[in-house]
Design a protein around this ligand. Structure first.
Ligand code: UFG
Length: 329
């Protein structure tokens, strides 16, 4: 029996495949390679280049492989892009998941771990955020991820599918071996953008707003290492395989860092001065997003291993300095 990882050539997907294979699991990866990279796929995984909106291709995979559970990362994930091209998000995220669930139901595959996001909450009513808190997304990306969660819930009632939705906070860092890491085009995330300065790819980092109601005026986020996220997927899958009910879990460290604090840690880790420039706020950024992950710890037994920000940034730095062009060299 194999685990099917959809979007397993992407950032969090590829790290999850590495952890699954290290844990001795048989892994099948499917990815359309629009944003993922073939080189990020673990050599021991069986790879299918397909788009989950292609029902025939998804059906053929379920007919060829014996799949005991699905981990679903195959979605568009850029907040800014979702605001200028919302229908791309409805098409890829919602239509893709519709086709996937139709095929799973048709083939009797009834367990799915789903890559959700803190963007489902929108502007939080309090921090740390609990899974039971209000979900009112402020961008189309978060809206489609919340709708994907709901689609799974209704499909569960009608067809007995069981799902776990994992709401990530700020995924960052890279595999401790240095073999795989973060590679987005265009890059929009804070830590890889800061690291472009010591790498000689940009002169300074822009700080989007310093007038937020936080300790130094810059936004607070909860940065969580990608390998810790990957481990949570394995625990969630095992929870479903052991008969666990539908569930939703936050995944974060429960500790918030400001943008200025992240820049300072990166200066220490890289030994580079990293000039910073205060710029206007970026539209749609909540002041603070910090997770309560107590539920994942209690129910799944999740224990993040890379909780220190300098460890996280060091692992990202090792990847970026050795791969300034990502998987292109
Ligand atoms: N930031 C800067 N300068 C930059 C880039 C980012 O100051 O050049 C700031 C942002 O304004 C924000 C913080 O750094 O305050 C983190 O920004 P990221 O773009 O790295 O991450 P976000 O918190 O915006 O988004 C992340 C994920 C999303 C997810 C969201 C959930 O990238 O996919 O968390 O809250 F939806």
């Amino acid at each position: 029996m194999a685990i099917l990882v959809l979007g397993g050539a992407g950032y969090i997907g590829s790290h999850t495949v590495y952890e699954l294979i290290d844990a001795g699991r048989d892994v099948v990866v499917a990815d359309n390679l629009l944003t993922g990279f073939r080189a990020a796929v673990h050599p021991k995984a069986r790879f299918y280049e397909l788009d989950i909106r292609d029902r025939k291709a998804v059906d053929a995979l379920f007919e060829k492989e014996t799949i005991e559970g699905v981990i679903h990362f195959a979605a568009s994930s850029q907040v800014g892009e979702s605001m200028v091209d919302p229908l791309k998000y409805y098409d890829n995220n919602l239509w893709g998941t519709t086709v996937l669930l139709q095929s799973m139901v048709a083939h009797g595959v009834d367990k799915i771990v789903f890559s959700s996001t803190a963007a489902t909450y929108g502007e939080p009513e309090r921090v740390p955020i609990l899974e039971s808190d209000r979900t009112e997304p402020t961008n189309c990306y978060g809206e489609t991820k919340l709708a994907m969660e709901r689609m799974m819930s209704w499909t569960s009632r009608a067809h007995g599918l069981r799902y776990v939705a994992l709401r990530y906070f700020n995924a960052c860092g890279a595999h401790p071996s240095g073999a795989i890491g973060e590679a987005h085009d265009p890059e929009t995330h804070l830590i890889p953008l800061i690291l472009q300065v010591p790498n000689g790819e940009r002169e300074k980092i822009s700080v989007f707003g310093d007038d937020y109601p936080t300790r130094d005026g810059t936004c607070v986020r909860d940065y969580i290492h990608v390998t810790d996220l990957a481990q949570a997927h394995i625990l969630a899958l095992d929870y479903l395989l052991a008969g666990g009910e539908n569930n939703v879990f936050n995944l974060g460290n429960g500790v918030g860092f400001t943008v200025k604090e992240v820049i300072d840690v990166t200066r220490k880790v890289t030994g580079h001065p990293i000039p910073a420039e205060i710029c206007p706020r970026r539209a749609g950024d909540p002041a603070q997003l910090v997770a309560s992950s107590e539920k994942a710890k209690t129910v799944l037994g999740w224990k993040p291993q890379y909780a220190e920000l300098d460890t996280i940034v060091s692992s990202a730095w090792t990847w970026h300095k050795n791969h300034p062009n990502g998987y292109q060299g």
